[in-house]
Design a protein around this ligand. Structure first.
Ligand code: F6R
Length: 252
């Protein structure tokens, strides 16, 4: 596990974008596993900036998103498909036929899950999986208690996650209660993983993920067992780890 320390959100975003950019340059047809939420916004902005400067080419890149709310269409402004289009895909030269995201409107859960697992397999697996981390240690929508061997599945969101995501909706009642999510097994099969975190609210989850026992009660703790993980976080997110004297003394 490699740990990259950043002073703030902006620096975290640039360092994380550097890792994604290195992947794109070294393998122009890489399969990127992408995430939504507040954390990757700055990373996507940085990638778009480099694309605009002619430093990055997405024309052969394939992307597989982690998750999608069940019940929302790709046109719904709260859907993750909409988020990805607005915040990244429409601003770079990635091809629409190379973008994959679970279909929130599919009612047949086993059918959608196996379709999505098959897509990941047919692409040859994920080269670099970008992750945020929930305040409760979730990755994707894999909530505490989720079995580590799960592949794409339909998740009942916890109250904690519904509350945390309510900020994107007009009211908490509008937050969907279910989501399709790739599973811990899909995430762990990625060749490399980049976990980004920013802000004090993530400090405890990050500490437990990196230094706590490996347990389904903190889904991100499984990352300790992956042999190619990059952690990029800012001072606030690393604050508890630093307080405990566990932060490596290195600056990257
Ligand atoms: C998003 C996702 C979630 C988020 C996590 C952190 O696709 O799968 O696991 O990464 O909830 O969200 P933010 O970045 O909004 O704090």
């Amino acid at each position: 596990m490699r740990i990259y320390q950043a002073k703030d959100y902006q620096e975290m975003s640039r360092k994380a974008a550097n890792i994604i950019s290195a992947q794109i340059i070294m393998k122009p047809d890489a399969v990127l596993g992408l995430a939504t939420g507040s954390t990757p916004l700055g990373i996507y902005r940085q990638l778009i900036d480099w694309y605009n400067k002619g430093d990055l080419d997405f024309s052969e890149i394939r992307s597989v998103n982690l998750d999608e709310y069940k019940g929302l269409s790709a046109d719904n402004e709260q859907s993750y498909a909409y988020f990805m289009r607005t915040n990244l895909f429409s601003q770079v030269n990635i091809k629409p036929e190379n973008l994959y995201i679970p279909n929130g409107l599919e009612e047949d859960i086993p059918k959608e899950c196996s379709r999505y697992n098959n897509i990941i397999k047919s692409l040859g697996g994920i080269d670099l999986q970008l992750l945020g981390i929930g305040n409760n240690g979730h990755i994707g929508f894999n909530e505490p208690g989720e079995a580590f061997e799960t592949e794409t599945h339909c998740v009942k969101l916890t109250e904690n996650t519904i509350e945390a995501n309510a900020r994107f909706f007009a009211s908490i009642d509008e937050v969907p209660k279910y989501a399709y999510s790739t599973g811990i097994k899909n995430i762990m099969q990625a060749k490399s993983i980049l976990l980004a975190a920013s802000g004090k609210a993530k400090a405890e989850a990050l500490y437990k993920a990196l230094y706590g026992p490996i347990s389904p009660s903190v889904p991100a703790s499984i990352l300790q067992l992956h042999n190619n993980v990059y952690i990029v976080a800012d001072e606030a997110a690393f604050s508890l780890i630093r307080e405990k004297g566990l932060l490596p003394d290195q600056e990257a």
